[in-house]
Design a protein. Structure first.
Length: 75
């Protein structure tokens, strides 16, 4: 991604067909274009939206939601 950003910036500063081709190839390889997503058989799915105002019983939450950050120096 960083390389793509560098090449894209170079293409913006000095437009040329060779740099544009490299940008296109990098986007395809990273799956950031429709062709790249198709080549990797990636698909975009609808994300589940959670109402944050909804109150749930703490015992029904998944374990990862009950984890809390702790201060490692407080031991």
């Amino acid at each position: 991604m960083l390389h793509l950003a560098d090449v894209y910036e170079q293409w913006i500063r000095q437009p040329s067909a060779s740099i544009a081709a490299e940008v296109r190839q990098l986007r395809d390889n990273l799956g950031l274009s429709p062709k790249g997503r198709q080549d990797r058989r990636w698909r975009i799915v609808q994300a589940e939206v959670i109402d944050m105002g909804e109150r749930r019983d703490p015992d029904t939450r998944p374990a990862r939601e009950r984890l809390r950050a702790i201060d490692p120096s407080a031991s």
